[in-house]
Design a protein around this ligand. Sequence first.
Ligand SMILES: Nc1ncnc2c1ncn2[C@@H]1O[C@H](COP(=O)(O)OP(=O)(O)O)[C@@H](O)[C@H]1O
Ligand SMILES: [Mg+2]
Length: 236
Amino acid sequence: MPVLAFALQYFGEKRKKYSKKLQESFSHYIQHLSQIVSGIEVVKLFREKIFFRYFNRINSDLLKRQKKNRFYETVYLSSVEIVAYTATAGIIFYGGVRIIKGEITAGDFFSFLGGVLILVNSLQTLQRGAINLKALTPVVDRIKYVLNLPVEEDKGKEFEGLKESITYRDVSVKMGENLLLENINLKLKKGEKIGIVGATGSGKSTLVKILPALITEYSGEVLIDGVELREYSVFL
Ligand SMILES: Nc1ncnc2c1ncn2[C@@H]1O[C@H](COP(=O)(O)OP(=O)(O)O)[C@@H](O)[C@H]1O
Ligand SMILES: [Mg+2]
């Protein structure tokens, strides 16, 4: 049992470590794959080779980590078998000697051996469970991590549709050093259609992106029926 406990400790840690790495590789792999699929036009426009060279690297990483995982699992499980059966062989030898010496009867010995074999079986099941549990810890940690990611704060009031007008008052948007919009003043009545004209990069999209809260860092005021945009909930 001490040998088995040591094996569990040693290989359990290894499994934990590589199971975590495997998780990371796998998420990397899925991420890249979904990026290739969703961005297939971009992939085709540029040189496909670049994307696939990177993909190949991720893939071989994944393979390496899979192998490590399997390796430690297999070595561990076989070491448990070897220890268990060596111990059983030792017991049979020792018992046999005592039967020959006449210290115990064959019946005594075989009922003892029967017990030992049942114990060995249960121990193996226990060990297999324990090592799988170790390998699963990083998975659970990862799930917990994702579940505990901060949620977008939302204390605002519900938006119930535009009634009268949207007003931009001295709206400026600054990103880093760049001033994307500067002191924009605008009044739009409900149902009114306007055109926004400007060179590429002049800030047309930025102006519009403020409304659905895709951009939240602006100065000045955006009033929806007189209520500042930031006071609304971002969820519909
Ligand atoms: N997320 C961002 N971070 C920094 N700069 C940005 C960002 N989005 C757009 N810009 C810059 O802001 C400017 C205005 O962009 P945009 O509103 O998309 O222009 P338009 O729609 O008029 O072509 C551009 O110079 C662009 O490079
Ligand atoms: Mg645009």
